[in-house]
Design a protein around this ligand. Structure first.
Ligand code: PBG
Length: 326
């Protein structure tokens, strides 16, 4: 055979590493953690094997497990002791996230991001303030501008507790600008904003809603989260968040939306994050649990693919296991 091009020449053990284009590093990863104000002890999350809800008192121990693997950042989610229509435990000084973040920042050097949203805190489970009769009228939905005021309070309360990075996840129009303004007004110009900028109305959040007890009591999130059919709209969403001062832009979910990651990488200079969500995690865990694939190989390949598509950082429930392997 007269072949001038033989790609296999660069696939031998000696050279493969030299020519590899992408890698996953422990310092690309953010590990989500669940702090449960109602719990006295750690409890496994059934739909998310190897993840637990941990009481506030255990938050530092939980973070140390993560940093021991080489992962240097966490995303803190809270499960409150009680819920109401406003979601008022979300901005309480003694709320689950606030108490945990105070401990974590006092005792560790981990970089702390917090989820800024209302769905775990409202009794109706929506990501904002809803109209009076929203339960019976499917056209009624989250009140945008009334919700912004709550998001400002949440962000400042997290910053007061010591959070380094605020991550608004409710897909409320203007959320980034409102939070930036509130943080700057409180003297927190140094805190960054990682916006869930292109967050889709996805079925892949199912296990998380179990974990954080944040499923909507009626209706769904299609009035505020993006339609999975849309790609150009993601560019528009991200542009708006950039204009409002977002530092990092999240695409969520990750694996079914790698085209979005790739487009945004080409269009924007800002760091792009991808959220490898609970459903993506649970799928691999379930398949591996049945012996149908190798969990570690499939998880690593997933994260590598997310990097290859153009993500700079990844939020993932595999963070510890993958960092351990690296
Ligand atoms: C809160 C929030 C959700 C997730 C992250 N922040 C749930 C949702 O929007 O329904 C999902 C994370 C995951 O599935 O891993 N708004």
């Amino acid at each position: 055979m007269d072949l001038t091009e033989r790609p296999r020449r660069l696939r031998t053990d000696g050279v493969r590493g030299l020519v590899s284009e992408t890698d996953v590093r422990a310092d690309d990863l953010i590990a989500p953690i669940f702090i449960d104000a109602t719990a006295d002890e750690r409890a496994e999350i059934e739909s998310m094997p190897r993840h637990e809800r941990v009481p506030v008192e255990e938050s530092v121990a939980r973070v140390r497990e993560i940093t021991d693997t080489g992962v240097e950042a966490v995303m803190v989610f809270g499960i409150p002791e009680s819920k109401d229509a406003e979601g008022s435990r979300a901005w309480a000084e003694d709320g689950a996230v606030q108490r945990a973040v105070r401990r974590i920042t006092a005792e560790t050097d981990v970089y702390v991001a917090t989820d800024v949203c209302l769905c775990e805190y409202t009794d109706h489970g929506h990501c904002g303030i809803v109209e009076e009769n929203a339960a019976t009228d499917p056209e009624l939905t989250v009140r945008n501008d009334a919700t912004l005021d709550r998001l400002r309070r949440i962000a400042v309360s997290h910053a007061d507790a010591g959070a380094d990075m605020l991550a608004p996840s409710g897909m409320i129009d203007g959320m980034v600008g409102a939070i930036r303004d509130a943080l700057d007004g409180a003297g927190y110009e140094d805190r960054s904003i990682m916006s869930y900028a292109a967050k889709y109305n996805s079925a892949f959040y199912g296990p998380f809603r179990d974990a954080a007890d944040g499923a909507p009591a009626f209706g769904d999130r299609r009035h505020y989260q993006m339609d999975p059919a849309n790609a150009r709209e993601a560019v528009r969403e991200v542009r708006l968040d950039v204009e409002q001062g977002a530092d990092v832009l999240i695409v969520k979910p990750a694996l079914a939306y790698l085209d979005i990651v790739s487009t945004l990488r080409a269009e924007f200079d800002h760091p792009i994050a991808a959220y490898n969500v609970s459903g993506e995690y649970a799928m691999l865990q379930a398949a591996a649990g049945n012996g149908w694939l190798s969990l570690e190989e499939a998880a690593y390949e997933s994260l590598l693919s997310i990097k290859r598509a153009g993500a700079d950082l990844i939020l993932t429930y595999f963070a510890e296991d993958i960092a351990d392997r690296l």
